[in-house]
Design a protein around this ligand. Structure first.
Ligand SMILES: *Cc1c(COP(=O)(O)O)cnc(C)c1O
Length: 368
């Protein structure tokens, strides 16, 4: 891999292929693979990631919002794209770009049917989201009959899939709850299908669901975090490779006298002489303020260098007193050895948050 000369996010497409193949190996023949590429492909780059996964054979894509789907279409994605949380204001755009909405209550269902009719659509593919216990988005059991009647009474839309989302697929202490969700999903989807003259797909599993609930793979699975190299346990992580490495360099080294301070608000005060390195990465790049004051660290020459004082907008200062390094040397913020998960743990957050926080200012580099 090339040595960093500025702050870059390196994306290892070989690792992406490994993760895709590993997750696929958990599926039965014929189970479709939907790749979740929302939030810029979990902070990497949705267009490059989706194009590569399309080449590798992903069947479906999902994003959270309509504009994310539009970006994929403009980048050459031809496979179906599910929009998990579309807003009615974007329904017309969604249809223009042949994106497929998740519809989760009577209000959005009616709004979508109205716009699909106005746009002269017939059998437009929609996905019906069922709430089985996450209590986030989804039709409740009691709304279903009415929704199915609305759908049967129009030629504008057709149910391509019925789906639900597990609340605690990674937590085996909540296995009884997850099994209950799977059972209600089975019951509710059967009830819908009985009233249709065609067979929609069913899907329920995210990454941890794929690994922990093979009985709930149904016709398709929806993998996000696993593609990017993280599971939700140390066991799962062993089989996955983080695809993103956030790298930077040392801009300047300072020799700090005892009692001197470092950074804004003089948040760090030196008890003894020490050596600091200033790095061109700050909270505007995705290193939140909570990582400051000794919580977060970077890795230089294989050694940990804790962040000193407050994180600035464009810079951090780290303690390199015991590290043999010089200006211009490479710095790893997170990567395949010093993982985003380890860094996330220093502030009690999760890998999802730190990888999706790397801002668009950071240059992406793709390693084939
Ligand atoms: C984000 C998301 C996923 C992907 O979940 P991972 O845990 O990242 O695999 C799947 N389904 C829905 C509805 C989501 O919002």
């Amino acid at each position: 891999m090339p040595k960093a000369q500025e702050t870059v996010l390196e994306i290892d497409l070989k690792a992406l292929k490994h993760n895709f193949e590993y997750l696929k190996s958990k599926l039965q023949n014929g189970t479709k693979f939907l790749a979740v590429v929302k939030a810029f492909g979990y902070g990497s780059d949705s267009c490059e990631i989706a194009n590569y996964l399309q080449e590798l054979g992903a069947d479906y894509f999902a994003v959270a919002y309509t504009n994310e789907g539009v970006a994929l279409r403009k980048a050459g994605i031809t496979k179906p794209i599910l929009v998990l949380h579309p807003q009615a204001v974007n329904f017309k755009t969604l249809i223009t770009y042949a994106l497929e909405p998740s519809l989760y209550n009577t209000k959005v269902l009616k709004e979508f049917i109205e716009i699909a009719l106005a746009e002269k659509q017939s059998d437009y593919p929609i996905h019906i989201k069922i709430n089985t216990g996450l209590n986030r988005l989804g039709f409740c059991k009691n709304d279903i009959d009415h929704a199915v009647t609305e759908i049967r009474n129009t030629t504008a839309v057709k149910i391509t899939s019925i789906f639900s989302h597990l609340a605690a697929s990674e937590d085996l202490n909540e296995k009884a709850f997850s099994l209950n969700q799977i059972e209600s999903f089975n019951t509710i989807s059967k009830k819908i299908i009985e009233k249709l003259t065609y067979q929609p797909m069913l899907h329920m599993c995210n990454t941890s669901g794929i690994l922990n609930y093979p009985e709930a793979h149904f016709n398709m699975v929806r993998a996000g975090i696993g593609l990017y190299g993280f599971g939700n346990s140390h066991e799962e992580n062993k089989n996955l490779i983080p695809i993103a490495t956030l790298k930077t360099i040392i801009s300047q080294i300072h020799h700090i006298e005892k009692d001197a301070s470092v950074g804004y608000n003089r948040a760090f005060k030196a008890n003894s002489t020490l050596k600091t390195a200033t790095l061109p990465i700050g909270h505007a790049d995705g290193i939140g303020r909570q990582y400051g004051n000794g919580k977060g660290f970077v890795t230089i020459k294989g050694q940990q260098a804790p962040i000193l004082g407050n994180v600035c907008m464009d810079m951090i200062m780290v303690n390199i007193t015991d590290i043999d390094c010089k200006e211009g040397d490479e710095v790893i913020v997170f990567g395949q050895n010093n993982t985003a998960e380890q860094l996330a743990e220093t502030t009690n957050t999760i890998s999802y948050e730190i990888i999706t926080s790397v801002s668009q200012r950071v240059k992406r580099i793709f390693i084939k």
